[in-house]
Design a binder for this molecule. Structure first.
Ligand code: A3P
Ligand code: MG
Length: 399
């Protein structure tokens, strides 16, 4: 007799923080050279939609927060004070976890994007989309972490996976180590995390013909997100990621990523920049098809003196000259095989069940299964069980 869901999980529902089942079988990462083979098929990501977060962090189904890159006259000679205005910083509340909610709101508002060719809405069942025809849904940041995992030696991760109608939804949860790290953050460290947002303000404007206005408070609640569809070998993916700004060249509009980094004077600093920072910048931008990264090099007092542009696709070659350089094929083959491991492992199709994969550097990846009401359940009922009226709760200013 087929065991019902309740039979399996009933003993644990009252103590939902405990996993229902612990699995010992792990996914082996090391030695990472086992992922060294040809670069797997990765289709260029295609934008299928976008949305904004307004100044109060509310979801808006529009592009109003897309900013324009306004380069300075001379990128080798600028003077941006990143400390300016810290006292008026309007800061997003980092204790509120976004989970996947805004991606899910976007999906409910864009069901047609998920119909396969020749399939009508009627065949899909009116408003209730039975299948997304997509293997994975997540944020771009999670995929960036996966790509960098073979070379990461400091920060682990925790990823919850829920399989619903045969789509695997992935959601990152902070590790205990990260929670403690944040509690130990000094005032100086907190101030420094403002610097990147102030930098964005120095280089962007609401309209391409406008100059950046650097007198108003910096607000990091607002953002523009691009949603893309991509394919990595056997896996179809839909993911969203924040985009800093865009630039129009020869009639074509391209996205631009903005970064800051400390001035480098020594060979060691340049090597570490290539080894630890550029891998992350490359993975983040490559995944979502952002072709250019503009970096502001700053001193310890937060003054940016010069900018440098990096073409995303050239970064792996630019880093080749360091010893034991990271290899993009290893990053992508690892990601491909780990996504396959998720498909093979997450067998229960239930929006309330989470398989939580945990990784600590130098260890294998393990997982535990959690039943309903656990702290890792992240698909909201309004998503998997939408009532005809409930989709109205998804804010849509210009659907
Ligand atoms: P920098 O990247 O210039 O340091 P992103 O570049 O990914 O769009 O992020 C924008 C800014 O958010 C960063 O600018 C930094 O100021 C802040 N930020 C991002 N991740 C952070 C982290 N893990 N800790 C602290 N600040 C972070
Ligand atoms: Mg940025």
């Amino acid at each position: 007799m087929k065991r019902s869901f309740d039979n399996i999980y009933e003993p644990y529902i009252s103590q939902a923080k405990q996993p229902c089942r612990t699995e010992r079988r792990g996914f082996q990462i090391y030695p990472v050279n086992k992922f060294k083979s040809t670069f797997p098929y990765f289709r260029e990501p295609k934008e299928v939609g976008s949305f904004s977060h307004d100044y109060e962090r509310n979801f808006q189904h529009d592009r109003h927060q897309l900013m324009f890159y306004v380069p300075p006259e001379d990128i080798d000679d600028v003077s941006f004070d990143l400390r300016d205005g810290y006292e008026t910083f309007i800061k997003k509340d980092d204790s509120v976890k976004d989970k996947l909610d805004d991606m899910l709101k976007w999906i409910l508002l864009n069901k047609n994007t998920f119909l396969i060719q020749n399939q009508t809405k009627q065949q899909q069942g009116h408003d209730c989309l039975s299948s997304l025809n997509t293997d994975f849904v997540c944020w771009r940041g999670l995929l960036t972490k996966l790509l960098c995992t073979p070379y990461e030696s400091r920060d682990g991760w925790q990823i919850a996976v829920t399989r619903h109608n045969d789509t695997f939804y992935l959601c990152e949860f902070e590790t205990e180590e990260r929670v403690q790290q944040k509690q130990r953050e000094t005032a100086k460290q907190q101030e420094m995390s403002y610097w990147g947002f102030k930098f964005e303000q120095y280089l962007t404007a609401k309209k391409p013909e406008e100059l950046p206005s650097t007198d108003r408070p910096v607000n990091n609640k607002s953002a523009f997100c691009s949603v893309v569809r991509g394919r990595l070998h056997r896996h179809s993916l839909v993911f969203g990621g924040e985009v800093d700004c865009c630039q129009t060249c020869n009639g074509e509009t391209k996205y631009v990523e903005l970064k800051t980094s400390r001035d480098m004077y020594h060979v060691n600093q340049k090597r570490n920049f290539k080894r630890f920072k550029l891998i992350k910048w490359w993975a983040q931008s490559f995944l979502i098809g952002v072709p250019k990264i503009v970096c502001g090099f700053r001193d310890d007092d937060g003054i940016v003196h010069r900018l440098e542009e990096f073409k995303t696709q050239d970064i792996p070659r630019y880093c080749q000259d360091i010893d034991n350089c990271w290899n993009p094929s290893i990053c992508f083959n690892f990601c491909d095989q780990f996504l396959q491991h998720i498909k093979d492992t997450v067998t229960t199709n239930d929006p309330k069940v989470s398989y939580v994969f945990t990784w600590h550097p130098r260890h294998e990846i393990t997982y535990k299964i959690y039943g309903p009401d656990s702290e890792y359940a992240f698909l909201p009922a309004w998503y998997y069980n939408p009532q005809p009226a409930s989709t109205d709760t998804v804010t849509s200013s210009s659907a």
